[in-house]
Design a binder for this molecule. Structure first.
Ligand SMILES: O=C(O)CCC(=O)C(=O)O
Ligand SMILES: [Fe+2]
Length: 198
């Protein structure tokens, strides 16, 4: 199912990329299943005291209800379907971390995006490892060192690819998924995470 070795990205080795982790057929199947199965939502978050709907749709799932606080809002996971539980298990073996939850993002087209951030919430522990699976439209994943104001790297994430963000990634780097006006097709990204119970 997967390439055995990923490509090491970034000089410090804090990311590993598997361009064809899922076959074309399995990627197509998973994409259409998620598009129709998932109860996609567009919550609002608080930025400088003002509520804004996020510029994408999302869903938060896990092996049981986990609460995750993000931009002033609490999200509680719903129990994941069996096929996501199996995917989590397989990815846990590759990443060496027991994932118990997944944040699903749906970028309906190139107008949807995610701003600069690190996934460094306390619920993720000291050195979070995140497995990120991409499906659908190819979109650029951009990186900059924490504290910098300019993009340093851009990596197009293709249909069926897997990106492992390892220890150090969330403390040393920020990442984003910028708008791309010419993209008209949807993209789904699943970020598998390990939430440490409070
Ligand atoms: O869509 C992506 O590839 C990035 C998603 C992401 O950074 C996140 O869910 O924290
Ligand atoms: Fe992220």
């Amino acid at each position: 199912m997967s390439d055995l070795f990923g490509q090491t990205m970034l000089p410090d080795g804090s990311m590993e990329y598997f361009p064809h982790w899922l076959s074309r057929g399995n990627s197509d199947k998973l994409l259409s299943r998620l598009l129709s199965d998932i109860a996609w939502q567009q919550p609002s978050i608080t930025i400088y005291g003002k509520r804004h709907p996020i510029p994408r749709l999302q869903a938060w799932m896990g092996d049981r209800p986990h609460t995750y606080r993000y931009s002033g809002t609490d999200f509680t996971s719903v129990t994941w379907p069996d096929y996501l539980a199996s995917l989590a298990k397989e990815l846990s073996q590759i990443a060496g971390v027991e994932f118990n939850s997944v944040l699903l993002n749906l970028y309906r087209n190139g107008q949807d995006s995610m701003g600069w951030h690190s996934d460094d919430e306390p619920e993720l522990g000291e050195t979070p490892v995140i497995a990120s699976l991409s499906l659908g439209a190819e979109r650029d994943f951009t990186l900059r060192p924490s504290g910098a104001t300019r993009q340093a790297h851009s990596l197009p994430l293709q249909h069926g690819s897997l990106l492992i963000m390892k220890a150090g990634m969330q403390s040393d780097w920020q990442h984003a998924l910028p708008r791309r006006a010419r993209v008209s097709e949807p993209r789904i990204n699943l970020t598998f995470r390990k939430i440490i119970a409070a």
